[in-house]
Ligand binder design. Structure first.
Ligand code: MTE
Ligand code: MO
Length: 536
């Protein structure tokens, strides 16, 4: 205790300790930090609250939007000319800089006159509240984030003053703006770090929520045009309607999700563009309305993850609408030798797909809709790629923003760099969905059922083995060769412990590989096998 210096310089000082001038400088640093941190926490909490309640009521955004509306036309066009698409970032940055400078100055003044700090924080909140209420899209509730921001700012202000020993018992007013003898550097740094952390976390969380809300609003406003090439409804017999076997079309909220995104990327349809470049004769760039104006196709396609273990759940079947990818590539004019299409997500994730596969006539598409709605945010809104017959990591780029024609020799995509195969067609597989592993069933007629898939080859046969004896299962009607197929086998179960297994054969006549293999590097193999007990 009693140490009063924040000075980290190595300059020699009088042995008697810091001079009054020295203290003066340090007290300004502390005052400025208190001001800056209080404002930062206010802004962060305002942002987070706005993110949680939704809408455009974040104090910073409300003030920024008001500034845009109020600024004259020449200034707006100047900003757009000068900063391009960064004009809004520059504006928000500018507001932030002004707030920061004012906050530091006020913080220094507040050392002696704490009331000035309080008044400044309340004024900042009032400005945010007034701007938020004034926005056409928000009502009186728009003031809530600004009010909470002010409360948080005032709380931080008082907390940090306390930590600096400014609140009691000798007030800074009495020490002439200098730090009191009780100033504890460690204690203040700790409290300051806490405030900085709170400001950063709340600000970032708020930004994430606000962007997600923006993407959600964009999605809600999207209207997908009727496809030029409509898919017939799946045949009635494609769905056997067996309990515990999922529906033939997987609802969006039950569709598996696999990606590297810690936080779902938020992309708006308005802000979306796709660049097609690399080994092409004509580089293309298209925005969302342009993509929607292309002739769209509608297809049922079953998507599968290479990481799906035998018997796993990383597979789903949906009805997609999208623009054929091959047509777009023909317009771009793919150079000969460009054997790989590298597609990139907005978050940097990459996928490498064989050009020849995309161009071979199958329904590879830039998908915009899934089961009758715009792509859900977590499934890649606004645009993703789908290529029937290939595992997701080599075909199904979500939040797609970039397509580059290149070669397999020149580039390894995200998972290839991590040891997975460069090319990965989906392997013929099958799964028992009912009964479950280790289930006890009643002797007599037991329904054994599940799904089988061999996308773009089609399933021609499924067999079930009871304790090693293979017997044919009944197949549901086929929708297309790009979709999974349900199957059922009615088993006359006798009391005791039994082992059930399933295997599928595709339309090329090949039966799935019986030898068990792990998902890495190009997809699991093995017959899905379960043990059940039949009660007498
Ligand atoms: N941007 C991006 N797209 C991606 C991935 C990813 O991690 N990031 N994962 C891929 C993988 S491995 C699979 S299996 C599918 C899964 O798509 P889904 O989450 O819509 O089911 O997305 C593919 N597209
Ligand atoms: Mo995957």
């Amino acid at each position: 205790m009693g140490s009063v210096t924040l000075n980290t310089s190595t300059e020699p000082r009088p042995a008697a300790g810091p001079t009054p001038e020295g203290r003066e400088v340090h007290s300004r640093v502390v005052g400025g930090a208190i001001g800056l941190l209080s404002a930062a926490v206010a802004v962060g909490v305002g942002h987070l609250t706005a993110g949680l309640v939704g809408g455009t009521s974040s104090p910073v955004i409300a003030v920024g939007s008001t500034a845009i509306d109020a600024s004259p036309e020449w200034l707006k066009s100047y900003a757009i000319r000068t900063f391009g698409t960064n004009d809004k970032a520059v504006l928000v940055g500018g507001i932030g800089l002004v707030v920061a400078i004012v906050a530091i100055v006020v913080g220094v003044i507040a050392l002696q006159r704490p009331r000035v700090g309080v008044i400044a924080l309340v004024a900042l909140g009032a400005l945010g509240a007034a701007a938020a209420i004034g926005r056409p899209e928000s009502g009186i509730g728009g003031a809530v984030p600004s009010i909470l921001a002010t409360v948080a700012g005032l709380g931080t202000f008082s907390r940090l003053r306390h930590a600096a020993g400014l609140a009691t018992p000798v007030s800074a007013g009495e020490t002439g703006g200098r730090l009191p003898p009780s100033f504890d550097r460690r204690r203040f740094l700790l409290a300051g770090t806490g405030a900085a952390g709170l400001a950063a976390v709340s600000g970032l969380a708020g930004r994430f929520l606000l962007r997600r809300a923006e993407a959600g609003a964009s999605r809600a406003a999207v209207r997908i045009p009727a496809p030029a090439d409509v898919a017939p409804l799946p045949p009635a017999g494609a769905d056997l309607h067996i309990p515990d076997v999922g529906p033939f079309i997987t609802p969006n909220d039950r569709f598996y999700r696999v990606d590297t995104a810690l936080l779902v990327p938020s992309v708006t349809a308005e802000g979306w563009t796709l660049r097609v470049h690399g080994m092409v004769r004509n580089e293309l760039s298209l925005d969302y309305p342009t993509l929607l104006s292309r002739p769209l196709i509608e297809r049922d396609l079953t998507l599968t993850c290479v990481s799906n273990p035998v018997g796993g759940r990383y597979i789903g079947n949906a009805r997609w609408i999208g623009a054929p990818l091959a047509d777009l590539l023909r317009e771009a004019g793919v150079s000969s030798g460009a054997d790989q299409i590298v597609s990139r997500s907005v978050d940097g994730f990459t996928v490498g797909t064989p050009t020849a596969v995309v161009m071979d006539g199958r329904d590879a598409m830039l998908a915009v809709a899934m089961n009758g709605e715009p792509l859900p945010l977590e499934h890649g809104f606004p645009v993703r790629m789908i290529v029937p017959g290939l595992y997701g990591y080599v075909s199904a780029t979500k939040w797609l923003v970039d397509i580059e024609l290149t070669t397999f020799g020149a580039y390894d995509a995200y998972w290839v760099r991590r040891g997975w195969a460069q090319q990965a067609p989906i392997k013929t597989e099958s799964r028992i969905d009912t009964p479950k592993q280790s289930a006890t069933v009643v002797a007599g007629r037991v329904t054994v059922a599940g799904i089988a898939w061999a996308q773009h080859r089609g399933i021609s046969r499924v067999e079930v083995s009871v304790d090693g004896a293979w017997q044919p299962a009944r197949l549901a009607a086929q929708d297309t060769i790009d979709t999974w197929r349900q199957w059922v086998f009615v088993w006359d179960a006798t009391p005791g412990d039994h082992t059930l297994a399933v295997r599928a054969t595709d339309d090329t006549g090949a039966t799935q590989t019986a030898a068990p293999a792990d998902p890495a590097p190009n997809g699991a193999t093995g017959d899905h096998t379960i043990s059940v007990t039949v009660a007498g």
